[in-house]
Design a protein around this ligand. Structure first.
Ligand SMILES: NC(=O)c1ccc[n+]([C@@H]2O[C@H](COP(=O)([O-])OP(=O)(O)OC[C@H]3O[C@@H](n4cnc5c(N)ncnc54)[C@H](O)[C@@H]3O)[C@@H](O)[C@H]2O)c1
Length: 323
């Protein structure tokens, strides 16, 4: 198969590229390296089945040259991470809404199967866990920039469902806090990357708020496995799936686990959200996926346990993070 991966130089995208190349596919990545890195793909440069174009998904004429010859598209390119979005909300909305409009529009024009990367942020600050795919979304005011990421991905999902209603073979995966090798050291979207960097450097491990907020950390192999299934299983068409681990872990427990596994002497320090994100920041207390649907229709369950995943991630970070 010929597969296009937008955002393929990013953290999740580059692992997806590896998995698809390993299965014998031909892969084209289009990525503008805004948060992605060529280091994530360097081992594949020159591989006969791998092609890379450093450009934006907003460049529609470029995409239109390649989409017609593809068998499958994974659309991962996006402005990612709450902090990134807060820094430049306009660019984030443009990339996530306009960019997805371009990619989905071309998939529709040339009738290509597509998997759209979405997010657990979709559920906003809903307090009822676990989140089921058809649950209500609970968001704050539009004056709070944080919610623009959730909104932009929701618009993407509405586009995808609208095309699916016209028969386009499209599926949606909602990732829950993925972590693993190639996490960006700058930690744009990842508390795991931030904590590991701080622990390895001996800096304070900074926990926002009281640290009792929870997340379900999902190892990259599991995130990739769910994504691949969404691109191949017939039952996935026209559907959205939570792709995540169901093991709930508080941020404070994560900090303690990383401190222990890195054998770090870093103190754990509590920092007010406002000090990091500015005034008026709103967070989600608990974020837990229901994976019943993914299990039933895709045959997906996360397999990698948090401690094992953290060990592999830390080993990679020791080699690749500056400290
Ligand atoms: N990592 C997670 O836990 C997580 C959680 C929820 C959703 N997601 C979604 O998964 C996808 C991949 O995220 P990631 O964590 O790998 O982040 P990432 O930042 O590593 O990957 C995003 C990639 O998109 C590229 N990109 C951004 N704007 C672009 C543009 N205009 N044109 C071309 N490329 C562009 C970036 O350079 C980067 O390589 C995103 O759609 C994100 O919203 C990730």
């Amino acid at each position: 198969m010929r597969v296009l991966i937008t955002g393929g130089a990013g953290y999740i995208g580059s692992h997806l590229v590896d998995a698809l190349i390993k299965r014998g596919n031909e892969v084209l990545v289009i990525d503008n390296l805004s948060t992605g890195k060529i280091e994530n793909l360097r081992h594949l440069l020159g591989h006969p089945s791998f092609h890379f174009i450093n450009d934006s998904i907003l460049n529609e004429p470029l995409l239109e040259r390649f989409v017609p010859s593809m068998d499958l598209i994974f659309h991962l390119a996006a402005a990612v991470g709450v902090r990134n979005v807060l820094q430049d909300p306009l660019a984030a909305i443009n990339t996530n809404v306009r960019g997805t409009e371009v990619v989905l529009g071309l998939a529709f024009k040339y009738w290509k199967r597509l998997v759209l990367a979405s997010t657990s942020e979709i559920y906003g600050k809903a307090s009822h866990v676990p989140f089921r795919e058809d649950d209500d979304r609970v968001l704050g005011s539009t004056a709070v920039a944080r919610w623009s990421y959730s909104m932009s991905k929701a618009v993407d999902e509405h586009f995808a469902f609208a095309y699916a209603a016209k028969g386009l073979p499209v599926s949606i995966v909602r990732y829950f806090n993925s972590y693993g090798p190639r996490l960006d050291e700058r930690g744009y979207g990842s508390v795991v990357a931030n904590f590991i960097r701080q622990a390895l450097r001996g800096d304070s491990i900074t926990v926002h708020g009281d640290g009792k907020q929870t997340r379900c950390f999902t190892y990259i192999e599991d995130a990739v496995a769910g994504t691949l299934l969404a691109g191949e299983v017939k039952e996935a068409l026209g559907e959205a799936f939570n792709i995540g681990s169901t093991r709930e872990s508080s941020i404070l427990d994560l900090a303690k686990a990383i401190k222990r596994l890195t054998r770090s002497k870093s103190p754990i320090e509590f920092v007010a959200y406002e000090a990091y994100y500015g005034e008026g920041f709103e967070d989600t207390r608990r974020r837990v996926p229901s994976v019943d649907k993914a299990k039933r229709l895709l045959g997906f369950t996360a397999k990698v346990d948090l401690e094992a995943g953290l060990k592999k991630t830390i080993a990679w970070c020791r080699e690749h993070f500056a400290h």
